[in-house]
Design a protein around this ligand. Structure first.
Ligand code: ADP
Length: 230
């Protein structure tokens, strides 16, 4: 069974004056690594927000596993959202908490029993290669390190899906390579990954599935794709 399906999804803003997404129809199977590319304004963020339940489609359905995201109540949504780890361009770490505490906090909020938290946090920091920076605060980390903490936080409760929205947008090529390597490792462990990016090198080196959006429509969906602007 597909992990994600968009079924004839349309998203309009402003009383139908503006169509951000039109006739979006695709499936993503478990363990896939999918890059979503397209010019600024093509609809990438809207697609991610629909998947995360932050916006509802104007028409069509968004399905994640056994849940129709587009029809969940605001009470049900947080539980489903915990199965989606998210990382963003600007890391979104809490500045007053160190790396360890940032990762632990995600588990505390999710109601994980205190006695389980320490092992889970250490495992996640180890996965991203940051065990030695566990007690550094965000301002004591490089951009690449901060993003790896964000990945540890996204991964710590073993979600089925990682959504990485422009995760390397603020990073130099070396840190970009580190972050992508960790995403690949996470994927090899069996987690589905969705990556939105403008980085041609990253997509070409990955050599995985590429979905290209243009003007709110899918203009290309290829299994072993390259990044090309139509
Ligand atoms: P991308 O992430 O590919 O840059 P977006 O999904 O952010 O694209 O935007 C797609 C289009 O929808 C853009 O033209 C944008 O201006 C428009 N849009 C996005 N969010 C809103 C909103 N809340 N209200 C009106 N228009 C929006």
């Amino acid at each position: 069974m597909a992990l994600i399906s968009f079924e004839n999804v349309t998203k309009e803003y402003g009383n139908g004056e503006y169509t951000a997404l039109a006739d979006i129809d695709f499936k993503i199977e478990p363990k896939e690594f999918v890059s979503i590319v397209g010019k600024s304004g093509a609809g990438k963020t809207t697609l991610i927000r629909l998947l995360m339940g932050e916006e509802k489609p104007s028409t069509g359905r968004v399905v994640f596993g056994e849940y129709e995201i587009s029809s969940l109540s605001s009470k049900e949504l947080p539980k489903v959202r915990r199965q989606m780890g998210t990382i963003f361009q600007n890391y979104r770490l809490l500045p007053t908490k160190n790396a360890y505490e940032n990762v632990a906090f995600a588990l505390e909020v999710a109601g994980v029993p205190e006695r389980e938290i320490d092992d889970m946090v250490r495992e996640a920091l180890d996965l991203v290669g940051l065990s030695d920076k566990a007690y550094n605060f965000p301002h004591e980390l490089s951009g690449g390190e901060a993003q790896r903490v964000a990945m540890a936080r996204a991964m710590v409760n073993h979600p089925e899906l990682i959504v990485a929205d422009e995760p390397t947008g603020n990073l130099d090529p070396l840190n970009t390579a580190d972050v992508i390597k960790v995403l690949q490792q996470i994927n090899e462990l069996g987690t589905t990954v969705i990556l939105t990016t403008h980085n041609k090198d990253v997509v070409d080196k990955l050599g995985r599935r590429v979905i290209q959006l243009d003007n709110g429509r899918i203009i290309r969906d290829v299994a072993k794709g390259k990044y090309t602007i139509a």
